[in-house]
Design a binder for this molecule. Structure first.
Ligand SMILES: Cc1ncc(COP(=O)(O)O)c(C=O)c1O
Length: 399
């Protein structure tokens, strides 16, 4: 039999973190298990979503337009304008916004749209923070680009500052991913860092992909967004695209509904690509999403619950494991000395499932994996479950 011609770039990707976790611990079975390895919100979704999905059920027999509905694009534009205090007209709902099936597919596909071939034959560079959301690396590899991991500093302290990289590297860069609030460290990019990054993107001609899917889960203050910085910098949304979804904001990871917004040239290219290979968002889902982007009450309640769990985590774990209160998002990034060993202990002794930090990072230029000492703990359960699990975690890992 003749062998198949599979794409060998797939073989260069590490196994996805959850496959690695299954290899380490076995399957996540058992009724008593507390799964804190995956960022899958277990909060009750707003009832509005189910109500609208039921009301619009007559639309399931229609193919949805890839560009969504006008009402959806208007709702997203309105939300962006209110959330980031944007001047009217900065984000054109018809040319600068697209619905996507969650940010994951969009963060992956964007690399296929913006990593063009270079005249000198060298592969374009994709910049990634390290540690990072693993989809960025898969996207870079499958786009035929060279991924460059940029250290975020040890612990929950830092975010990459791409503007300080050598100009020759930035000249080769096609795309830079920046996640704020950051998964896994919970750090928020301040306005100054976003400004430096956007200026660098414009000077060197690369696209900044700002992954803002945790933007509404914040502790003390709402994180600035890349579009709010565009508003103060001038020159429109040039070189910037932001990604957001209802997965974390509205506890609806199963709805698969998000958006991408930004530079109209990038959005046009992306729309073209997605009209071939993207999953269009179903009309009932677009209707629910429209209502949810227009509603802030459920978001406030959701955020309050996360904040209560962060308070709890600080009370139970503060002063240990290098605990730093996350500025945003819902992950604890704990220094336990050896993340894999800690994950095994927690699973074996308490059926608590956490992710070793090494699975969320790549080996840096110094030969070190910056996540190796850490575990990532997702605070996605109710208060009681979280309290029980964190108390056990603290007791077990203290040895
Ligand atoms: C940093 C980051 N970006 C993107 C996503 C994808 O989320 P979704 O596709 O549900 O919008 C996740 C999900 O966990 C994430 O942690």
């Amino acid at each position: 039999m003749k062998p198949l011609l599979l794409d060998d770039r797939l073989g260069t990707l590490p196994d996805y973190p959850f496959a690695r976790l299954t290899a380490l611990l076995g399957a996540p079975s058992g009724p008593g298990a507390t799964v804190m390895s995956i960022g899958e919100p277990q909060h009750a979704p707003p009832p509005l979503a189910a109500e609208i999905l039921a009301r619009e059920a007559g639309l399931w027999n229609k193919y949805p337009p890839a560009t969504g509905t006008e009402a959806f694009r208007q709702a997203v534009a309105g939300w962006l304008g209110r959330r980031y205090d944007l001047p009217a007209g900065l984000v054109d709902p018809d040319r600068a916004i697209l619905p996507v099936a969650g940010t994951r597919e969009a963060l992956f596909l964007i690399a296929q749209a913006v990593c063009g071939r270079r005249d000198d034959g060298k592969p374009p560079v994709v910049l990634l923070p390290n540690p990072f959301y693993q989809v960025y690396a898969g996207a870079a590899a499958m786009a035929g680009a060279e991924p460059v991991f940029v250290p975020s500093g040890d612990g929950p302290t830092g975010l990459p500052d791409y503007s300080t990289l050598p100009p020759a590297l930035l000249e080769r860069t096609a795309l830079a991913y920046l996640c704020s609030p950051a998964n896994p460290q919970g750090k928020v990019a301040d306005t100054a860092l976003l400004e430096r990054t956007i200026r660098a993107a414009r000077r060197h001609g690369f696209v900044l992909a700002a992954d803002e899917c945790y933007s509404e889960i914040w502790d003390q203050a709402p994180p600035p967004g890349a579009l709010s910085v565009c508003a103060t910098l001038g020159e429109g949304l040039s070189h910037v695209v932001v990604f957001n979804s209802l997965s974390k904001r509205s506890s609806l990871p199963g709805l698969r509904s998000g958006f991408v917004a930004g530079d109209e040239r990038v959005i046009a290219a992306f729309a073209r690509l997605r009209s071939y290979g993207g999953a269009a968002t179903p009309l009932p889902v677009l209707a629910a999403a429209t209502a949810l982007w227009n509603d802030e009450d459920h978001v406030v309640a959701n955020r309050d619950l996360y904040r209560a769990k962060t308070d709890l985590a600080e009370r139970l774990l503060g002063g240990r494991f290098g605990f730093v209160r996350p500025e945003g998002g819902f992950f604890l990034w704990l220094d336990v000395g050896d993340g894999e060993a800690a994950a095994k202990t927690l699973w074996r002794e308490a059926a608590i499932r956490v992710l070793p930090g090494a699975y969320l990072a790549g080996t840096g230029a110094d030969g070190r994996n910056p996540g190796q000492r850490y575990i990532r703990v997702a605070l996605v359960h109710d208060l009681q479950t979280t309290e029980t699990a964190l108390s056990r975690l603290g007791a077990l890992l203290d040895g």
